[in-house]
Write a protein that binds this ligand. Structure first.
Ligand SMILES: Cc1cc2nc3c(=O)[nH]c(=O)nc-3n(C[C@H](O)[C@H](O)[C@H](O)COP(=O)(O)O)c2cc1C
Ligand code: SF4
Length: 499
């Protein structure tokens, strides 16, 4: 197996086994002898691009930190893995936690960071345990002088993985994105007006590739993958395929090969569409020959993102899938930027109405488009931009299905489970799905976890049928005013009637 591949055939049982594979000494023995500038040059030459979604060149980010005038710097590993359809970070941590940890120590050495944090969801228990064990092994094999590492267990929220929210969570325990003017490489952990303390934030796969590049050089890494995206990618394939799972392939492998050769081909009568997480435009079957790298997928109207490919078979209802995606983005929006929550609420509720015989109306599809497109205004983070791309792309590509849904607003016969991936049985090729997106409310409480009645029961007495966006709005307003929906409606109607 190439030293640049991250996933071993069988999980590494120990750091010693990892070292045998790489044919070198423990990191604690050689890192301090290496010149930070030369490692930085090697990372730059490798062309490594971030694997957390945006594909930003790692060398550029590392150099910004390296040159930053503030001496107080930190390294932060993003292991939150919240993108629907993605499981690759957990697969990596389960079978090879050593590469990510080595990459973190390499980065800390290069930018002279005094601390390292790993942000990871608290529900990722096996991965946290694996990281803790691996850390102990590395320390016990000459790693005592390496900087301290803090594992920070975080909440389930999608925004926990957004880098500015990740920093906020580590600092204050709140997973909400900070102001966009201050990206982590300018304002990091524990910053003050006099000391910005920049942080280097990368995805765990990015750090893992960096470890191999630091050990073996940039040239071999570049020999894999494409000019645009060197190296391998860890692709998650889920949905309507025979062998769902996480597969490591050279970047630039055609998507059709990943689906057919690795994942055994599509079920449900063949591929109807492929989504790359919920952040990019939909890919149609005629584009499946596209190379899976950042540039090629962007040219095809989609994106590589975190290489989580959701395969949708021909028997599925695209309006239903769009409804679940719109609701996910609306619910996960944190309401710090009003156009984001408002636009996504509008999109989500308009698509919901297409499934309601009493509420479905001619303008639902246009309202959904308008809501999604208007969401990104003065946004602190990229979440509403995702909604403004993925929702219209599905509606525009599958307009006939939306029109048919409007004609016949019935629930779908063959629903597609929203791909919030909870666990993977890698041997049986089976993902377990998390049902929490279906239970999470727009105010971030969960149905079934607090015994409260759901919104429909509370906001719509038998005699009054509210449209879903008004009901959602009332619930949010009631919560922020510290009252109940019943009392709020009563007060508002009383005031309106007395006018
Ligand atoms: C809503 C949202 C959620 C995100 N979730 C994750 C995540 O779970 N893991 C991750 O690595 N990046 C996530 N990102 C991307 C990070 O903000 C950031 O770009 C990434 O950690 C940078 O690392 P990279 O350059 O190595 O890709 C998310 C971004 C957004 C807008
Ligand atoms: S853009 Fe949306 S999700 Fe991002 S911080 Fe603003 S309200 Fe929250």
């Amino acid at each position: 197996m190439s030293v640049y591949r991250l996933l071993p055939a069988r999980p590494f049982a120990s750091y010693r086994q990892y070292l045998e594979h790489h044919g070198g000494a423990p990191i604690g023995e050689w890192l301090s002898e290496r010149d930070p500038q030369s490692i930085l040059d090697e990372i730059g030459r490798s062309g490594l691009r971030g694997r957390g979604g945006a594909g930003f060149p790692a060398g550029v980010k590392w150099r910004t930190l390296f040159q930053h005038p503030c001496r107080e710097r930190s390294v932060v590993c993003n292991a939150a893995e919240g993108e629907p359809g993605t499981f690759k970070d957990r697969a990596l941590l389960r079978s090879n936690p050593y590469a990510g940890l080595e990459g973190l120590f390499v980065a800390a050495h290069v930018i002279a960071a005094s601390s390292i944090h790993i942000g990871i969801k608290e529900i990722f228990e096996p991965e946290i345990a694996r990281l803790e064990g691996a850390l102990q092994e590395i320390r016990s094999m000459g790693g005592d002088g390496l900087p301290p590492v803090t594992i920070v267990p975080g909440p389930r929220e999608y925004l926990f993985g957004e880098e500015k929210a990740l920093l906020r969570f580590i600092d204050d325990g709140i997973p909400l994105p900070r102001e966009p003017e201050y990206p982590p490489y300018q304002q990091g952990l524990n910053s003050t007006p006099l000391s910005p303390n920049p942080s280097l934030v990368n995805n765990v796969e990015t750090f893992s590739h960096a470890a191999a590049i630091a050990r073996h050089g940039a040239e071999g890494f570049r020999a894999l993958g494409t000019e645009d995206t060197p190296g391998t990618i860890l692709a998650t394939i889920c949905g309507d395929v025979k062998r769902p799972g996480v597969y490591e392939v050279a970047a630039g492998t055609p998507l059709s090969d990943i689906i057919d050769e690795q994942a055994g081909g599509a079920t449900q009568g063949g591929v109807q569409a492929v989504l790359s997480g919920v952040s990019n435009g939909v890919l149609m079957p005629e584009r499946l020959g596209t190379c899976a790298d950042f540039g090629s997928l962007a040219l095809a109207g989609s994106g590589l993102g975190s290489a989580g490919f959701i395969v949708i078979g021909k028997g599925r209802s695209i309006p239903q899938i769009t409804r679940d995606i719109a609701r996910f983005l609306y619910v996960e929006s944190c309401n710090q930027c009003s156009a984001c929550k408002h636009g996504l609420r509008l999109a989500s509720s308009a698509i919901d109405e297409l499934f309601d015989t009493e509420l479905a109306s001619e303008d639902d599809i246009e309202r959904a488009l308008y809501g999604a497109r208007s969401a990104p205004q003065a946004n602190r983070c990229y979440l509403p931009v995702q909604g403004s791309i993925v929702i219209p792309s599905l509606i525009e590509r599958f307009r006939d299905q939306f029109d048919a849904q409007l004609e016949n607003p019935e629930p779908p016969l063959n629903p597609f489970q929203f791909p919030s991936l909870r666990d993977l049985d890698a041997t049986a090729h089976v993902f377990t799905y998390d049902d929490s997106p279906y239970r999470k409310r727009p105010d971030w409480t969960y149905e079934g976890e607090d015994g409260e009645a759901g919104i429909e029961a509370e906001a719509t007495p038998e005699a009054v049928r509210l449209s879903s966006d008004v009901a959602e709005l009332l619930r949010e307003r009631a919560l922020t005013s510290g009252t109940t929906v019943d009392r709020l409606v009563d007060r508002l109607l009383r005031a309106a009637l007395e006018e």
